[in-house]
Design a protein around this ligand. Structure first.
Ligand code: ZN
Length: 501
């Protein structure tokens, strides 16, 4: 057997799989940014066919043939072939167990579910979403049974987003975070001197001005618009069509301009990661971030560690004021910094402050863990949600739109995804700890030298794409495994200073 020919054939085969996947990403991008509603059923049909095609290629006998032929070659293969084999092998043995027909039915259901969720959220009508949510959960539970699991059934889903992640690790991780965050939040809430009188951030800012702010931010931090774009959607997200076509969305609220401000920084963090992978892996299955947790570390890094720092406000203040005009001239950089860091329990996850954010994730984590550990009644979920919000954040939503219906994730079957947000925060703090040893982070931000920060991130994280694994990446970069202590230390230092505790 000619190994180099087999490698070429394997790569050509994987390229075809990847092409179908890109088409599916485009469909899903299109649906989120305003494809006509009337075409939902037709698109669902095409998506169903393409997903089934992609799925059967990943679990085909041909794929098995490549794996069997190349696996014994092990170390003699080049790095990219090894990484592709690792991904394809995992895919093959994981999904081989799910019948193609069921996967097709499930894939057809998801785009419909997304439209139903959007409408239900707009109309505060959980009952309209409940039946389709119930079907999605039942599919996923069945898939977990087919796929098998070690320990908790939810582990199988966690592993999809963060290789090797388990309920056992996360229980300990969240316990540690909760023990640090809740008392810190209590000390802040007890202060007379709350820095919460920041009504000025709710002054009216027309959408055109917010769009100008978005352009300013993208240019400042280095999102390349020649290989990227920004549109609007109900829920901000990033679509990666390879390093040369990375798209992001935001949403504008005329009386809360910081909402779009931070969502743009967040999605730019994802996008800058994708745009700075090495050329050698462009347009292959490795041309994507290594895990959801590491991805979130990059978005959180730009949104919080840079964007919510005092140095960033000092730098961006002038440019921002030029766009906002006279009505905002009483907003000093310091006042904006404080307003962007008000620590206060709130209902909407994506608008939560840095300190309370992980508590929102704990609510979702606890619910998902329960959903996959036994039987459930989907109609009881709003009640469970509200009780958990009360337990973790001390507040309850008045409507399901600002409660259980707020996030898109369950409508596209992304169970196991939410914990990546919390992991991302912890990774980001660990990365930040190492970065500060190498470069003068604060003066870079204060002087607008975002290039230097991005180059450091590219060198240590971005360029590898999926050539590596999340645990190897973090260990190589910091010399140790994920350690939540850095995140706790970061939050404690920042909020102790800010609130003079
Ligand atoms: Zn994100």
């Amino acid at each position: 057997m000619n190994i180099s020919q087999t490698v070429l054939d394997f790569k050509a085969y994987v390229e075809r799989v990847n092409a179908i996947r890109q088409a599916l990403y485009l469909f899903s991008w299109d649906m989120a940014v305003g494809a006509p509603k009337g075409g939902t059923a037709s698109r669902a049909k095409y998506v169903g066919i393409l997903s089934a095609e992609e799925f059967s290629m990943r679990v085909s006998d041909e794929m098995k043939g490549f794996l069997d032929a190349l696996d014994p070659c092990g170390e003699s293969l080049d790095e990219s072939t090894k990484a592709m084999l690792r991904i394809c092998r995992r895919d093959y043995y994981t999904y081989k167990k799910i019948p193609v027909e069921e996967m097709r039915e499930y894939s057809e259901l998801l785009p419909k579910a997304q439209s139903i969720w959007e409408k239900a959220r707009a109309e505060n009508d959980f009952a309209a979403f409940a039946p389709v949510l119930d079907r999605i959960i039942r599919f996923q539970k069945k898939f977990v049974e087919y796929r098998g699991y070690d320990g908790h059934p939810y582990n199988t889903l966690l592993d999809d987003y963060e290789l090797g992640m388990t309920v056992e690790t996360l229980d300990a991780f969240f316990k540690k975070l909760k023990e640090a965050i809740v008392p810190l939040l209590k000390r802040i809430s007890a202060l007379d001197r709350q820095k919460n009188n920041a009504g000025f951030i709710h002054r009216h800012v027309p959408i055109e001005r917010q769009q100008a702010i978005a352009r300013l931010l993208m240019k400042t931090i280095g999102f390349d618009l020649n290989r990227g774009m920004l549109l609007e959607s109900a829920h901000p997200f990033t679509t990666n069509l390879g390093k040369n076509d990375v798209r992001i969305t935001t949403r504008y609220h005329e009386n809360a301009f910081l909402s779009s401000f931070y969502s743009v920084l967040h999605e730019c963090g994802h996008a800058i990661y994708e745009q700075n992978k090495m050329d050698e892996i462009a347009d292959t299955i490795l041309d994507t971030g290594v895990s959801m947790g590491v991805h979130e570390s990059q978005s959180r890094f730009y949104e919080n560690i840079i964007g919510r720092s005092e140095a960033f406000w000092a730098y961006i203040h002038y440019g921002l004021m030029e766009i906002l005009g006279d009505t905002f001239k009483d907003m000093s950089a310091r006042k904006l910094y404080e307003a962007a860091n008000i620590a206060k329990p709130s209902l909407i996850r994506i608008e939560a402050d840095e300190l309370t954010y992980c508590l929102h994730i704990m609510v979702r984590y606890e619910i998902e863990k329960q959903l996959f550990s036994g039987d459930f009644d989907v109609n009881k979920l709003p009640g469970v949600w509200n009780a958990k919000m009360k337990e973790y954040l001390g507040i309850e939503p008045l409507t399901d739109s600002e409660g259980i219906l707020q996030d898109i994730h369950w409508s596209d079957g992304s169970f196991g995804y939410f914990p990546s947000y919390a992991l991302g925060n912890a990774y980001a703090a660990q990365i930040f700890h190492v970065m500060r040893r190498d470069i003068p982070f604060e003066s870079c931000v204060r002087t607008g030298d975002f290039k230097r920060i991005q180059e450091w991130l590219t060198e240590t994280i971005h360029r590898f794409g999926s050539l590596t694994t999340p645990s190897d990446l973090i260990e190589n970069l910091s010399g140790e495994a994920l350690n939540p202590d850095y995140y706790i230390e970061y939050l404690t230092e920042k909020f102790t200073a800010l609130y003079e505790l």
